[in-house]
Design a protein around this ligand. Structure first.
Ligand SMILES: *Cc1c(COP(=O)(O)O)cnc(C)c1O
Length: 252
């Protein structure tokens, strides 16, 4: 049996934490001289129940912010797709995509009721080709390229110097729509180091957009910044910040 007082306690905490996150985001935009509506809040929902996700989405909406949600694991995406559809949210895949899961991931993202979708973690031609093969819609699939700006070997993503080549190849694939770049910030206690990575992604976005290569002119988004570094990311031009812990509390 679940103790109901514990459930409402944790729901109240999620509401409070999500409100606080919305305030941080608004304050970060103001501090950077940016329109708060130019930065989307993506709730990173890994390990969270559908109930907790609903609580956070509704809390953000009550603050006047329409959040996106992001899942890392295809299995969890599949399990929560109906709940996401019920909430009428846009859903992004933010974890690396194994080739044997592509079909399941795309099917889940196309659940009727889900209002938008994006695969943020394309970091190779092979992944791009697999998406092309399994995307069976007329409208192109929105994707981002994941870039490893920190160079940390534990992180996925193309090295910055290979991003233009990948973007150019993706630009030749009419069923993919390259909308932006995604990165995970450096694991460093030094703000300058983390900021330098975010600024690198911003510069790279501009370089790709101005490269003149087919399919690159519309590259717009910068998905960067998490609970610990969202202010630095917003200052460097983030258009999507991905927040888990700050909204939901520590993961088990
Ligand atoms: C978990 C996760 C986040 C959110 O991280 P927090 O530190 O909990 O805010 C953001 N992006 C990705 C890719 C993640 O896996």
């Amino acid at each position: 049996m679940v103790d109901p007082s514990r459930i409402s306690m944790s729901a109240a905490t999620v509401v409070h934490n999500t409100q606080r996150t919305c305030e941080r985001l608004t304050a970060a935009a103001a501090a950077a001289g940016r329109d708060p509506r130019s930065v989307r809040l993506l709730l990173a929902t890994k390990t969270q129940t559908a109930e907790a996700v609903r609580t956070a989405v509704e809390a953000a909406r009550a603050c006047g912010i329409e959040p996106l949600v992001g899942e890392n694991r295809v299995q969890e995406l599949v399990a929560k797709a109906a709940a996401f559809a019920d909430l009428g949210v846009s859903v992004h895949l933010i974890g690396s995509l194994q080739s044997n899961k592509v079909t399941h991931a795309l099917r889940a993202l196309r659940t009727p009721g889900i209002t938008g979708l994006c695969v943020e973690t394309v970091d190779s031609i092979v992944t791009a080709q697999q998406l092309v093969r399994r995307w069976e819609c007329e409208t192109p699939l929105p994707i981002m390229i994941q870039v490893n700006v920190s160079g940390e070997s534990t992180k996925s993503g193309v090295p910055p110097e290979d991003a233009l080549k990948l973007a150019t190849e993706i630009g030749k694939m009419p069923s993919l729509h390259l909308t932006g770049l995604m990165t995970i910030g450096a694991r460093s206690p030094l703000d300058d180091t983390v900021s330098a990575g975010f600024r690198r992604l911003q510069t790279l976005r501009d370089e790709l957009r101005d490269s003149g290569q087919p399919g690159t002119a519309g590259i717009k988004h910068l998905s960067m910044g998490m609970s610990r570094d969202l202010e630095l990311a917003v200052a460097a031009g983030a258009s999507v910040v991905r927040v888990g812990t700050a909204a939901f509390g520590e993961r088990p």
